[in-house]
Design a protein around this ligand. Sequence first.
Ligand SMILES: NC(=O)c1ccc[n+]([C@@H]2O[C@H](COP(=O)([O-])OP(=O)(O)OC[C@H]3O[C@@H](n4cnc5c(N)ncnc54)[C@H](OP(=O)(O)O)[C@@H]3O)[C@@H](O)[C@H]2O)c1
Length: 356
Amino acid sequence: MIENLQIFDWELSSEDSEKIGKIPQGRTLTGLDYLSPIGPYRTFQELWDGDLQFETTLLINKHNPPVPDEVTKDVVLDAVEVGYRHFDTATIYFTEKALGKGISELLKRGMVKSREDLFITSKLWVSVGHPNLVVPALKTSLQNMKLDYLDLYLIHWPVSAKPGPPAYPIKKDEFLPFDIKGVWTAMEECQRLGVAKAIGVSNFTKKKLKQLMATATIPPAVNQVEVNPTWQQKELIDFCKEKRIIVTAYSPLGGPLGGHNGVMGSDILKDIAKAKGKSVAQVALRWAYELGITVVVKSFNKDRMKQNLEIFDFELSSDDHERICCIPQGRTCDGLDYTSPLGPIYTIEELWDGEN
Ligand SMILES: NC(=O)c1ccc[n+]([C@@H]2O[C@H](COP(=O)([O-])OP(=O)(O)OC[C@H]3O[C@@H](n4cnc5c(N)ncnc54)[C@H](OP(=O)(O)O)[C@@H]3O)[C@@H](O)[C@H]2O)c1
C-alpha cells in the first residue's frame, strides 16, 4: 500500500511515456464471463461497444511448407512474447499438437498466468463433418492440444467427405452431401458440453448462414472467411453485422508470400503506406480493423508478428477507404478443391451460392 502511494516524488520522461505507449494492447479482463450465446451480450463487440482490440490480436498457426513441431512451438512462445493471445488452428493444419506443446511451455514458464489468458480456436475437418463425428472430433483436437476446452470451434468448410482421417486435398470421389442441420446440432452439443465456449462457421455464404440459422438454437458466433483489400466481401460483412455474427478475416494480406500478390503488390496500398510511414501489411490490417471485423494473420517471423500488431497508432482517412474500394476484386482462395465433377458441389459458383 505504501509503495503504491510513493509515486509523487519522481516523473516519467516523455521517452518513457512513448515506450509505454508502444506496449501491445489487450484487455486483462476480457469480459468473456459476461457474454452468453442467448444474449443480451453475445459478442465482445457488443459488450465493449465495438472495441475489438482483444479479438484483433490474433495469430494463425499454420506454415506452408510444414515445419517441425519444435519450430511451431517456438513460434507460439514468440507470439505471446510480442503480445498475441489468440491462436487459430485446425485439424487439417496438423499443428494442434505443436500448439498444445507451446501452450504447456507458456504455462510452465509463467509467460501466461493460466489457460484462461489464451483464446484457442480450432476447426472441424470435412471428413468428420457428420453429425455423429463432431463431438468425438473436437475431443480428439482437445487431446492433441492437452486442453479441456476450446474458446471457439468452427465448421471449417460447408462440405462433407467420406469419414476417415483428415486429408487434403480431398479425393474427388469422396465428397458427400453436407447435413447442415445435423452437423450444426452436433456443434451446439459441443457448446452445451462445455468443450467449446463458442461455436461458429467458416467459408459460409449468406445463403448458408440463413439456412443454418433457420433451425439453429445457438446462432453461429463467428464466420471466418477470406477478407482483404482484393476480396472485400462488403455484403457478407453487412449481413453478418446485422445478424450479430463476428466476421474473422482470413488471408488478410492476400495469403502466403509468393501466391497471388494483389494485396502486397497493390500500388494503392503502397501509396497509402508510404504516406502514413507504415508497411502495406499494416495498412491492409488497419483497413480490416476499421471495417469492424477481426483478423487472423499468419506470420512465423517475430519482427513481422510485432509489425502486424502495430496498427493502433494510425488511422485511414475516408479518402484512403474510397481508394481501397477501387482495388480490383477476386478471391485468393477460390474453393475449387471443394468441388468435384462427381458432385454434390460441381462448381465454385455452387460452392459460393453465386454470391459476389
Ligand atoms: N478458414 C479457412 O478456410 C482458411 C483459408 C485460408 C487461410 N486460413 C487461415 O488464415 C491464415 C492467414 O491467412 P494466410 O496464411 O492465407 O495469409 P495471410 O495471413 O494473408 O498472409 C500470410 C503470409 O504473409 C506473410 N506476412 C505476414 N506478415 C507480413 C508482413 N508484415 N509483411 C510481409 N509479409 C507478411 C507471411 O510470411 P511469414 O510467416 O514469413 O511472415 C505469410 O507468407 C492462414 O494461416 C490460415 O490458417 C483459413
